[in-house]
Design a binder for this molecule. Structure first.
Ligand code: 6PG
Length: 245
């Protein structure tokens, strides 16, 4: 799979440069359409990027016209330690004092199907059909999942919804659970997709996803293909990539 891979020394450099790219894209989006819609990824990797954006202060991004969304969320309340919203709130939203009216949290404390339907409707209301995000941030799980598109789960083949409740039974998701996730169709409709992958523990799976046989049911991150997809990787995660040698 030919992918656009950008290599950075470490997560700090990756986050610093990506913050600058988001600033550029945001200004262009606002000049063109009056708003900037950014879907945040979960897990731990993006925390440094969120902290970088917060450290720049409220004037770095045009926050008054920026809408935050989530590419996926765990089925937990917002104050739960596993909540992707909570991580972004602590790292960026609260420090910047962002207006909640433009922070589109998944109501993950509700019934999963209900929360997914409501979120998909909110996307349609603000972004049309199919919803087109300016930027979707993603990560890569050790099993090749991205967002909450886990191997062999129903959401992988959903071409009609932008955001769904996805039943997952995986040790990576700590057993049987329901995750809330953008579908590959919605992610691929975005103007820009940035997949952040850091750490030596991701080197093997990153090489499989980018340079191994295409088996998207096993490696759902291989479903991610869109107008502008860039894999942002640090040296440690890139060490098994042949294409970057
Ligand atoms: C989540 C995610 C998930 C994450 C990867 C990588 O809710 O966990 O969005 O897709 O991006 O599992 O997670 P780490 O950054 O913690 O390695």
């Amino acid at each position: 799979m030919r992918a656009h891979v950008r290599r950075f020394a470490d997560v700090d450099e990756l986050s610093r440069i990506t913050a600058g790219e988001l600033q550029t894209i945001a200004h262009a989006a606002i000049a063109a359409r009056g708003s900037f819609h950014l879907a945040l990824s979960g897990g731990s990797t993006p925390r440094r990027l969120f902290e970088e954006l917060a450290a720049h202060g409220a004037s770095f991004l045009p926050w008054e016209a920026t809408h935050l969304w989530w590419s996926d969320e765990r089925h937990v309340p917002p104050e739960h330690p596993d909540s992707n919203y909570r991580m972004a709130k602590l790292a960026m939203i609260e420090p910047l004092g962002l207006d909640p009216v433009r922070v589109h949290r998944v109501a993950a404390e509700l019934d999963a199907g209900e929360a997914a339907r409501a979120y998909a409707q909110e996307m349609r209301d603000l972004l049309g059909e199919p919803p087109t995000f300016d930027v979707v941030l993603l990560g890569l799980g050790p099993d090749g999942h991205t967002a909450s598109l886990f191997p062999h789960t129903p959401a992988l083949h959903d071409l009609t919804h932008a955001f769904v409740a996805n039943p997952v039974d995986s040790p990576v998701a700590h057993g049987k659970t329901t995750r809330l996730t953008m579908t590959a169709a919605a992610i691929n409709a975005a103007r820009h997709v940035r997949v952040l992958v850091c750490g030596a523990d991701k080197a093997a799976i990153l090489a499989r996803v980018l340079e191994g046989p295409r088996t998207p049911d096993d490696l759902p991150a291989q479903l991610i293909r869109g107008a502008d997809v860039a894999w942002l990787v640090d040296d440690a995660a890139a060490q098994q990539l042949k294409g970057l040698a």
